[in-house]
Design a protein around this ligand. Sequence first.
Ligand code: NIG
Ligand code: FE
Length: 431
Amino acid sequence: MSSITYIRCASQLITVRGGTKEPKRAQDMSDIGIIEHGSVVVENGLITFVGSDVEAERYVHTLNGHINTIDASGKIVTPGLIDAHTHIVFGGSREKELEMRLNGAKYIDILKAGGGILQTTTSTREATEEQLIQETSKRLNRFLQYGVTTVEAKSGYGLTLEDELKQLRAAKKLDERHPIDIVSTFMGAHAVPVEYKENPDEFVRLVIEEMIPRVAEENLAEFCDVFCEEGVFTIQQSEQILEAGKRYGLKPKIHADEIVQFGGAELAAKVGAVSADHLLQVSDEGIKQMAKSGVIAVLLPGTAFFLMEKPANARKMIEAGVPVALSTDRNPGSSPTESLPFIMNLACLTMKMTPAEVLTACTINAAHAIGKADEVGSIEVGKKGDLVLFDAPNYQTLQYNYAVNLVDTVIKKGQVIVEGGALRDVPVPTT
Ligand code: NIG
Ligand code: FE
């Protein structure tokens, strides 16, 4: 018998339709396909009907089987939110860095002194795969409570072949066992580990010749990412790594122009990257080339906020026709939060994106940034029944009430996972 979920009488159904083939750019980012008094039907995990309450009543009468009816009166319904850039699989924590930064230390200097990412590398190497699964599942549970139903997860805290594989295998098991869908990115080039400090090219060789082939062979990642930054990986090293990834079927992504203007956006366009992320210092030429090549800008205003830096110039990128997505960048050093809704608030308040643009950025454009736009990111027939009911009468309210969680119900593939803001018996994964 088929499983049917019928969500009816939403004050606004925010479909974000019309962007499945290409990410939305410029004015299209404001077109979020609102249906006032709308309903959705999900059958066996997939959306089979989207329309007005009146049409929906007629449609459900034609169905056989038990129908789980959810009343969305007074609420908006959006696609499940998508977080297209996270580093969620890690061991340990780094809370001491806040005081160091408040006393004037810079994020990048903490890394260069062997702290930061390298500290998390030590604790991640010490953790077992099972410990990583347990720690990460808590973060995934919080993501669900914030309305996030799909996340991208990067490796990059192992920095040895075995420890990178351990992180990616943990992510794969979580994808199988946890309700959230996880898309994995291999980011062995996240930092040069201390043991290669004097010989970074040898580490690049290890990434290219040993790590990438194994990751591809075990089918552990869909993307390859590099921290392309002064003092981390050069443009030339980044290009070699991303090209090697491409030869093994890993699509390129890049941490670009975060701390200094470095040419990362231009490199993203050159290698045909799916996305370039951060972009606080991107050049005008970089923006132009990204728009021309269709590279998605994944902007991370929470990272700028937490590192007390000026955020990326989202308006300039949107006006230049670059498709923009937003993400938490969830990691233990530069953005310890799972609250994608707060990131949306920050995008409005610190980057002047509009409430409609931020919804596009966290749904269909984020889906494109992880290669899943044919499955998720909008409320359209044939897509997964991933939906969020927010306790808000219209979409503007989501951004007007900041740093509060208005998530009421989260539905994953037609199943209610969060109800009244609380998690329903989500199994804690065990090996
Ligand atoms: O995207 N910039 C590089 N990597 C992460 C930070 C990782 C960390 O500090 O642990 C980022 O911000
Ligand atoms: Fe990142």
